[in-house]
Design a protein around this ligand. Structure first.
Ligand code: SAM
Length: 363
């Protein structure tokens, strides 16, 4: 049967599907799709709901409802119907009126992860840095949920370390994540807004939400509190307020913020690629070199960007430059502010190591 489906000339012939997807993407380039379409993914050469046939029980747990049925290209949950596109379940589109949705943020990350979606060698070390506060073996039997998963780069390293992975993102990035996790059959993909999840209380055993909530148009620590009901353990990364750095780091940040607010509305892919290339070459690399020269004297950490980027390649840095300069909303929190979460969680465990600040919350 499988052989028949992919037979040359058949509607499922892989070459035909890829060609059709490429033609579609030329006729309807990603930046146009990103602004106008919610449910259709760029990489949707393969569309059906077969992928979920053995995941009905998990979906019942996640939605907290037994009445779930898999129809052709659709998941019915009670009276609601969610389309399935390229194995991604499309939840309700974000609501403009809610105040918690920023269309430009959705756009920019869709574009960023389509351009920088590859899993790179340096991601393995970064994964270990984020998870220094987590007992990884304890995730073996867990349903782990990656909220705002982007390209799925951290889920990629979790896929063989947990029972099941649920990935959620509201941008086209979710289709990139689906591609990056093609080899794993333990994943469930949702395109949806993490501030309006139709999921049950405690649908997950562990949530990671790394580098997401500081891009919301609502206070990021309130957003953290909003996730509390979904899992007993949460790993969060929020940009730090440079509160453990010398004053000139904050002056530099003010400068970067001015440039960022001017650039964030530019959507030209060519401009973005060129700027992130130049930024890597003429801003990040010089600072990394200065840091490397001063590091033997114990002064590396006094040079902005050096600590985090010293072992990273050009492509990895370029992705971060793109991220830093084309994202309009960026909130920052101090260690002291994070500790205020103690009033809502039984334990707040902030890592002393980069990236600052990442922390584990226990309910
Ligand atoms: C900086 S990226 C981080 C991606 C991923 N967590 C990582 O560290 O590689 C932020 C991601 O959050 C997603 N995001 C932001 N706001 C969201 C929302 N309200 N609902 C769902 N995803 C959101 C963006 O689309 C983007 O992919």
């Amino acid at each position: 049967m499988e052989v028949m489906r992919y037979r040359k000339g058949s509607p499922y012939d892989k070459r035909r599907l890829v060609k059709r997807a490429v033609t579609r993407s030329k006729e309807n380039p990603p930046w146009r799709q990103l602004t106008h379409e919610w449910s259709y993914g760029l990489i949707s050469a393969h569309q059906n709901s077969m992928y979920y046939t053995d995941k009905i029980r998990s979906l019942q747990n996640i939605f907290g409802i037994q009445d779930i049925e898999l129809l052709d290209k659709t998941l019915r949950v009670g009276s609601k119907r969610y389309p399935i596109v390229d194995d991604v379940i499309i939840l309700d589109p974000p609501e403009d009126s809610s105040g918690a949705f920023a269309e430009d943020i959705q756009y920019t990350f869709g574009a960023e992860w389509q351009e920088h979606g590859a899993i790179l060698p340096e991601h393995a070390a970064e994964f270990a840095q984020y998870f220094d506060v987590v007992d990884l073996p304890s995730l073996k039997e867990a349903r782990v949920c990656d909220l705002g998963c982007g390209s799925g780069r951290w889920s990629y390293f979790l896929k063989d370390r947990c029972r099941e992975l649920v990935l959620v993102d509201f941008s086209e990035a979710i289709h990139v994540a689906r591609q990056n996790l093609r080899g794993s059959h333990r994943c469930i993909f949702f395109k949806g807004d993490i501030t309006r999840l139709p999921f049950a209380t405690d649908f997950a055993d562990f949530i990671l939400c790394l580098g997401v909530l500081h891009h919301l148009p609502i206070p990021c620590l309130d957003a953290v509190r909003g996730l509390k009901k979904y899992a007993p353990r949460l790993l969060i990364f929020l940009y730090y307020a440079l509160d453990n750095r010398p004053f000139y780091f904050r002056i530099l940040l003010a400068l970067v913020t001015t440039v960022r607010t001017m650039l964030a509305h530019i959507r030209s892919p060519l401009f973005r690629t060129l700027f992130s290339f130049m930024g890597t070459l003429f801003i990040y690399y010089p600072l990394i070199i200065i840091g490397a020269l001063l590091n033997p004297f114990g002064l590396g950490r006094y040079v902005p960007l050096y600590e985090f980027y010293r072992h990273k390649g050009f492509r990895r840095i370029q992705q971060d430059v793109y991220d830093r300069f084309f994202t309009r909303i960026e909130q920052r929190v101090s260690r002291a502010q994070i500790l205020e979460l103690k009033s809502d969680f039984a334990e707040v465990r902030i890592s002393d190591h980069i990236p600052y600040w990442h922390f584990l919350l226990l309910r």
